[in-house]
Design a binder for this molecule. Structure first.
Ligand SMILES: Nc1ncnc2c1ncn2[C@@H]1O[C@H](COP(=O)(O)OP(=O)(O)OP(=O)(O)O)[C@@H](O)[C@H]1O
Ligand SMILES: [Mg+2]
Length: 254
């Protein structure tokens, strides 16, 4: 079920409550409608598996609500800053996403304002749901390898995502098995990078996703992975990264 709502109509309920979630303030709403027009967002499509106030959306987090939108005739993802978000603007997240994009990672940034981030729409499933549906081991290994490669690119770029040890909602796999890491809102160019180590922990060592991966691919060699990560941490190099891929059983899955 989905419905298209033109930007002019977003000031009316129930959509107004999405634009300035969870409360509605007329003046702020008007400001946000003006920002949307400047970003050339012509309509929002209320689609997706999550629901906010009975309206379908792509996702809801602590900072934003993400919906499908139309910009210049194309479908995009629109992240709307929540009224109760701990951030006062979206520009910082945009800057970090742009940095990720520069090394081929993340949904492409298309526009930003104080309250909105416009980016490439990733149509697919979050990694845990994707793992529940896919049985083919080679497909799973290829996708996991791509995730690790993206994390290596982020490590090399000095950009730490910050939430990859708990990435249940931060990796989306599209219909052609391309993974996308989303949400660079808590990323940093100042912290020591830990993307590869965090994502390996998440995918192979602890928690419900690691259990799913082990269930699909067989038991991970924990000792080998821990040792490879220890080496990688002390020396980030192509060879120590290859060693991590090998310990995770992904070296041959390009
Ligand atoms: N570009 C995109 N294309 C499709 N869906 C997306 C996109 N970006 C985000 N989403 C969906 O929206 C959800 C929320 O996005 P995001 O994680 O950026 O919001 P957040 O408020 O920062 O969340 P959190 O509180 O978990 O940090 C994601 O988990 C994902 O399901
Ligand atoms: Mg976030």
């Amino acid at each position: 079920m989905s419905s298209l709502v033109e930007t002019e109509k977003l000031g009316e309920n129930p959509f107004a409550r999405l634009l300035y979630y969870p409360r509605v303030n007329r003046a702020e709403l008007e400001r946000r409608l003006t920002e949307l027009k400047a970003l050339e967002v012509s309509a929002v499509e209320l689609a997706g598996e999550k629901r906010v106030f009975d309206v379908h959306v792509l996702g809801k987090g602590c900072v934003g609500i993400v919906v499908v939108a139309f910009r210049r005739g194309e479908k995009v993802a629109l992240k709307i800053r929540r009224a109760d978000a701990s951030r006062s603007e979206m520009q910082q997240e945009a800057k970090l996403l742009e940095k990720a994009n520069s090394v081929g990672v993340g949904a492409m940034l298309l526009g930003v304002s104080d309250n909105f981030l416009v980016m490439q729409l990733v149509e697919g499933r979050l990694l845990p749901e994707w793992l529940d549906r896919i049985r083919a081991k080679t497909r799973i290994r290829k996708v996991l390898r791509k995730v690790l490669e993206q994390c290596w690119s982020l490590d090399c770029a000095g950009l730490d995502h910050g939430e990859l040890s708990h990435a249940h909602k931060h990796i989306i796999i599209n219909s052609v098995d391309q993974p996308f890491i989303v949400d660079f809102e808590t990323a940093s160019l100042c912290r020591r990078t830990a993307n590869v180590t965090s994502v390996c922990q998440f995918l192979f060592l602890s928690g419900s996703v690691a259990e799913k991966v082990c269930g699909s691919l067989g038991k991970a060699n924990r000792e080998a992975i821990i040792e490879a990560l220890r080496r990688y941490k002390s020396e980030k190099s192509p060879s120590s990264f290859s060693n991590v891929l090998a310990s995770c059983g992904l070296l041959d899955y390009v």
